[in-house]
Design a protein around this ligand. Sequence first.
Ligand SMILES: Nc1ncnc2c1ncn2[C@@H]1O[C@H](COP(=O)(O)OP(=O)(O)O)[C@@H](O)[C@H]1O
Ligand SMILES: [Mg+2]
Length: 244
Amino acid sequence: MTDIETVRRYDDAVFSARDVETGYGDLQVLYGVDIDVQDDEIVLVFGPNGAGKSTLMRALFKQLPLWAGTIEIDGEDYSGLEANQMVSHGVAYVPQTSNVFPNLTVAENLDIGSIHARDADDRRQRMFDLFPRLEERRGQDADTLSGGERQMLAMARALMPDPDVLLIDEPSAGLAPQLIERTFDHVDQIRQTGTAVLMVEQNVDAALDVTDRAYALDMGENKFEADAETIRNSERVRDLYLGK
Ligand SMILES: Nc1ncnc2c1ncn2[C@@H]1O[C@H](COP(=O)(O)OP(=O)(O)O)[C@@H](O)[C@H]1O
Ligand SMILES: [Mg+2]
């Protein structure tokens, strides 16, 4: 069995969190979490329900205050940024729910995403190249889209400013099995366009197909970190987290 007890640190990361603690009111959820994302990587965060995965994503995008710890972008400390400043520093976030404006059209959703984009027309066309379905549906309200299409729109909206890092929370949740693989293909394409991806996923096996490295999170702490191949071949991971 592969021994994976450690959490390595990567000095050349484009995005790093160190010793992050946060929570809600009196409830502490994260007890010192480390995450690194290197250039053009897809990094997976997995772990049981309630482990604090979504809380971590909110903290990394500064939607929750940091109780302790630091967030660095390209090696510079940006722990003090407000949520609305993250995008202009190259970080984008797709929450699991409420990630599109349902009563606006596809095109209008992209326009809202383009506020920080340098060339909105060019970015919109790139998004339509990446997600042709969205171009077909550009005049439709978002709430008329299928679940898969809505997830594409949520990703496209976040990608409009051409971020260096995309944080995405359970992109395949609630999708039909045949759409799950397509979602991860999209994540892989996003990485190929030069945006690194940090994603939370419960569909660990499918997510590992496109993942470079993964972090196991449990009870608000890092359990271990390893490359996708090691995670896939670890009996301990299988027993603990994959349940299969
Ligand atoms: N908005 C919130 N207010 C209070 N507690 C919350 C809130 N969101 C999550 N929690 C709590 O934080 C813990 C971690 O939740 P979450 O980050 O959603 O876990 P995961 O995404 O890994 O399933 C849970 O105990 C959950 O009940
Ligand atoms: Mg969650």
